[in-house]
Ligand binder design. Structure first.
Ligand SMILES: [Zn+2]
Length: 106
C-alpha cells in the first residue's frame, strides 16, 4: 500500500462511480477547503472492499471514497490515468514519495 500526505482541496465525502457514465459531483463550495489529508492509493479490488459500506446504492461499485471526517481518502493509483494533468502531477510526486530521485533518472 502506498500512502502519501498532501495538501489538496478535499471534500468531506467523495464518492465516484465506476458504472456507465462517470458521475463526479463537486461538493458545495463550503466543503472545497484546501487542507491536509492522508490519501491511500490502492488497487481496484481493495478500493471496492474498503469503500463498499460508503457507497450510495445508486452509484454501484466505487473507484474512490472518503469516510466523512475520518481524514483519509482512498483513491486509485494516479499513474493509471494517462493524459490527465492532475493525475500526472500526482503520479510524478508519488514517484518521489516512493524514492525516485529528484534528478528524475529513467
Ligand atoms: Zn520531480
Amino acid at each position: 500500500m502506498m500512502m502519501g500526505r498532501i495538501a489538496l482541496t478535499s471534500a468531506a465525502m467523495i464518492l465516484l462511480a465506476a458504472c456507465g457514465d462517470s458521475i463526479i459531483q463537486a461538493p458545495p463550495e463550503r466543503f472545497q477547503i484546501a487542507t491536509s489529508v492522508a490519501i491511500t492509493f490502492d488497487t481496484e479490488a481493495k478500493i471496492s472492499a474498503k469503500c463498499a459500506g460508503l457507497v450510495a446504492e445508486q452509484f454501484g461499485s466505487s473507484v474512490a471514497c472518503a469516510d466523512v471526517g475520518a481524514g483519509i481518502i482512498t483513491m486509485p493509483n494516479p499513474c493509471i490515468f494517462n493524459g490527465d494533468f492532475y493525475a500526472g502531477l500526482l503520479c510524478h510526486e508519488l514517484g518521489h514519495h516512493n524514492k525516485w530521485p529528484a534528478n528524475h533518472p529513467g
